[in-house]
Ligand binder design. Sequence first.
Ligand code: KG4
Ligand code: ZN
Length: 366
Amino acid sequence: MGVRILGIESSCDETAAAVVEDGARLLSSVVASQVATHRPYGGIVPELASREHLRAIVPVVGQALVEAGCSLRDLRAIAVTHGPGLVGSLLVGLTYAKALALSLRIPLIPVNHLEGHIHAVLLEEGMRQGAEIEFPALALVVSGGHTMTLLAGRSGNRFQYTVLGKTRDDAAGEAFDKVAKLLALGYPGGPIIDRLAPHGDAAAVRFTPPKTKGNPLDFSFSGIKTAVLRYVQAQAMAEEIEPRREALRTQPAAPLEWYLRMCSRRTLDLVASFQAAVVEDLVSRSVAAARQHDVRSLIVSGGVACNSLLRRRFRRLPPADAMPVYFPSPALSTDNAAMIAAAAYPKYLESESAGLDVPADAGLAL
Ligand code: KG4
Ligand code: ZN
């Protein structure tokens, strides 16, 4: 039996546990989503998130062990997200992980959530056993809570990260969610906007790309959100939006056909134009960062990495910018614990572990 690490992740709104062997074999990955809990609010309510984590943590860890065909005694370390994230949420996973590590007398390996997202890609590439990802790499971590580019370097089992650009305001996923809330498209907004956008004309509404004073690699998504709001007001779209909001109360997870019936051409065009503008901005700033640092590969991870247009745009970079681009599968793009267990393996090999006093750190930097 190889080195089996149990990963635990509870930084935001998913309670997740997974068992990964030797950092490269995924034995199980269980994710309990809280989407239904937060849906009525159109965003994550931190107090509800901690309460749901408390309910889910024991069964989720139990299920991850059962699915991996593994008992607690087979584990060699417990890996856990200790930040960044919602502090009340982080504490649930971290406290449980500490208790497990203490009772099993095995190392506790704290993992930065953002490093986890990057390792989701390394784990899956490792499972494919193809050519290894070449470093230095440019990593774009783009989710509901984060949007940043990082320069990732590797020397054996040690990884170093330098943040090159980050959002000054909203994360890209947050912009998807807020625009979906404004247009009454349901929650979370990213997946539904992704599915509606191909039905609209992405050139219909022009959004001016944000200018970020200072670091040109920084992102900003609050301006586009406001631009969508102004467009909605100028075009008097409330008449269409409010009935949809009302109807969504009774069927929160409506099928695509329902949305297509309930959305005018103008809404579909707006959605397509919004998505195209956000994706264009993510791609162009990532490519600029990659060029500046002469990287050998691109890694794109986090919930928004599920976006089909984003994937297409990165896969079809112009020849001058083309380089290998890696995405996790959709299941490992959004929050999960496999990425946490995978990120912990090289630390395990380097005997990097923490004492039981390691704190949850909501603003933990990478
Ligand atoms: O990584 P994740 O599960 O949690 C955070 O750490 O935030 O990401 C969730 C975010 C949400 O904002 C959601 O709307 C967005 O990822 N998302 C997408 C897509 N699927 C999920 N955004 C755009 N297109 C998608 N297909
Ligand atoms: Zn995340």
